[in-house]
Design a protein around this ligand. Structure first.
Ligand code: F6P
Length: 326
């Protein structure tokens, strides 16, 4: 029998589309199993301040299709201190909250791991980040929406690039990770992609531009923001200008539009499955793990594995860009 009677749910770190679907799934499944459920606003910051709201079925009505997070989010420096975490624990105890579902990325899970161990507190995590950089799940909640946002934006850029015969260097998000760049790059037929996980041979990129079809009106190069080696989108464009003075080159930084908007159906279903699994697994006694989906099945990964093990780049995907863009 489950000892858990009351669950707290929160979102933390950068928001991602589908977080609302995950909140809804946690709230409704908790109520389904006759547990009480409380929303914690603004992540760990709200936990420290006791910013809690009781949740019922209606409170998560009509949010499955909304981007962002109705519980709001924050990055909390105070939770990194022992005193901050102690205060958060006191607040949870005062509300009789027995367990937590944390929805976020690596920063969220780092905090969850420390807190869970420090106070022997049951926590499960749901992977909510557009970066898809957590080990132990094929996809994170928000990644699919984000790459579709990128594809839509670059399709528009392609129209204008084609009309003016321009080369665009497009910077996409991904602080330490090139998975947004990689998949959206294939989706838009990019000529080259630059990601932090692999060493970029600028000379090879230039050579490909030289030997590529000269009748091609537009060229799109995608750079993940975390790719520091080549100097980022601006520096890459400067290098290209020197080598190809006849190219009309523009830089476009997509920024936060990648993170907003309605979640795709893939993200809604993923969030719903993981949210239900989190509540059921807490009741079964699981803790200090991320709930993910591997090969279509629910999978559990300890927090420290989820954040420390780098997601490997699928080299075949990388090669596809080279084969198809010439
Ligand atoms: O981790 C998600 C993410 O969107 C990264 O891709 C990006 O580098 C970062 O968050 C941006 O964070 P902020 O919204 O704080 O600028």
């Amino acid at each position: 029998m489950s000892e858990i009677k009351k669950i707290g749910v929160f979102t933390s770190g950068g928001d991602s589309p589908g977080m609302n679907a995950a909140i809804r799934a946690v709230v409704r499944s908790a109520l389904y199993y006759n547990l009480e459920v409380v929303g914690i606003r603004r992540g760990y910051e709200g936990m420290i301040l006791g910013d809690f709201i009781p949740m019922d079925r209606k409170s998560v009505g009509n949010i499955i299709q909304r981007g962002g997070t109705v519980l709001r989010t924050a990055r909390s420096p105070e939770f990194r201190t022992k005193e901050g975490r102690q205060e958060a624990y006191n607040q949870l105890k005062a509300q009789n909250i027995d367990a937590l579902v944390a929805i976020g990325g690596d920063g969220t899970f780092t905090g969850a791991k420390i807190f869970g161990e420090e106070f022997d507190f049951p926590i499960l995590g749901l992977p909510g980040t557009i970066d898809n950089d957590l080990f132990g799940t094929d996809f994170t909640i928000g990644y699919d929406t984000s790459i579709n946002n990128v594809v839509e934006a670059i399709d528009r850029i392609r129209d204008t690039a084609e009309s003016h015969s321009r080369l665009f260097v497009v910077e996409v998000m991904g602080r330490d990770c090139g998975l947004i760049a990689l998949r959206s790059g294939i989706g838009v037929g990019a000529e080259s992609i630059f990601i932090p996980e692999t060493k970029t041979d600028m000379e090879a990129v230039m050579h490909r531009l030289e030997i590529g079809r000269q009748d091609k009106m537009s060229k799109i190069l995608i750079v993940a923001e975390g790719e520091g080696e080549s100097g980022g989108a601006m520096e890459i464009s400067e290098k290209l200008k020197k080598r190809f003075p006849h190219y009309d080159i523009r830089v476009s930084i997509l920024g936060h539009i990648q993170r907003g908007g309605k979640p795709t159906c893939m993200d809604r279903v993923l969030a719903s499955r993981l949210g239900v699994a989190a509540v059921e697994s807490l009741m079964e006694g699981r803790r200090n793990e991320m709930v993910g989906l591997l090969n279509g099945k629910i999978a559990f990964t300890p927090f420290d594995h989820a954040i420390k093990h780098h997601v490997e780049i699928n080299k075949d995907l990388f090669k596809i860009v080279d084969i198809l863009s010439l």
